[in-house]
Design a protein around this ligand. Sequence first.
Ligand SMILES: *Cc1c(COP(=O)(O)O)cnc(C)c1O
Length: 373
Amino acid sequence: MTQSDLPTIISMNSFQSEPAALKHAMQSAVNRVIESGWYVLGYEGIEFERIWASRCALDHAIGVGNGMDAIEIILRSLGIGEGDEVITTPMTAFATVLAILRSGATPVLADIDQATGHISLESVQRCLTKKTKAIIYVHLYGQIGPMDLWAKFCNQNNVLLIEDCAQAHLATLNGKVAGSYGIAGAYSFYPTKNLGALGDGGMIVTNDHSIDVLSRQLRNYGQSIRYHHPVIGMNSRLDEIQAAILIERNKWLDQFTESRRDIAQQYITSFTNTKIRLLAPPSERSEHVYHLFVILSRERDRLSEYLAQRQIQSLIHYPVPIHLQESCKDIKCDPAGLGNAEEYAQTCLSLPCHPQMQPNDVSRVIKAINEFK
Ligand SMILES: *Cc1c(COP(=O)(O)O)cnc(C)c1O
């Protein structure tokens, strides 16, 4: 086969093929900021915070530099640090755990539920100690967890619930959005997220007034009023260009999320190959925003190579659970071990599922998966 005979590659993301109207709107937004002459902590940031708080139906949204900082700042706003334990999952972006470490607190990893890839309640119970201050629930792949249950569990055990919403933009359970079940939620606007900037960005969402006040100080050198620093803070601000870009991209988010759901639904109904297994589907369409569409296969590596030969990209989220990372060898874990996470890491595979995919791309993925022998 010559180069020209090969079908075009189906990638995990395709920002180049986004609608021209969106690209033009982003260009005008950038121009708007350039002409304003104001680039950090200004009108665009305040406007996007207002929009995102309203989208989450929460009182406060605080723009920060990225999703990882959002988690660290939430922890620090709550006074969680040295000597405190925070439980989370080993099957997440490294940033979740890094944020805990950076706050000074001790991360404790619980095992996962094989059916969803999410943190397991049973394992978390084994991880609770007198030092446990919070649980960070990661709405992995875009599926909101059973948050009524988790909120109740955290309440009963007197620990705070924090939500890592970096993959779950506006996933909704019983009319409530990801980030509104716990004391606070952390969003990321890294370019590949469902709502992404053209660089780094993040947001804290909460109904808690003191988190609002403290996190605004912490993101800006611990400053309260100009040149007064009551706390030791950091530099983590959402800049005006990224906020302006996000205001425009937010207008497309619902439509893009619907496209992701349509593609996922086609995959779910059309995959017939018994060499692959699907994760537990959500009970309502609104509960999953399909940041990633993940399948499981005992022959994962061979499947991924086979897809690449057919010009279909795939990725692994995540190939190395946190406790097996070289920098985390001594990390505290469920005393019963993290066997599910270890096995899961060997079998999970993420398939292309993004809003710029064409019907023909979706059919090609389905055909390839079903013809895998
Ligand atoms: C992307 C991501 C983060 C970190 O967000 P950044 O903006 O890249 O710092 C945290 N948690 C999860 C689950 C993520 O997917």
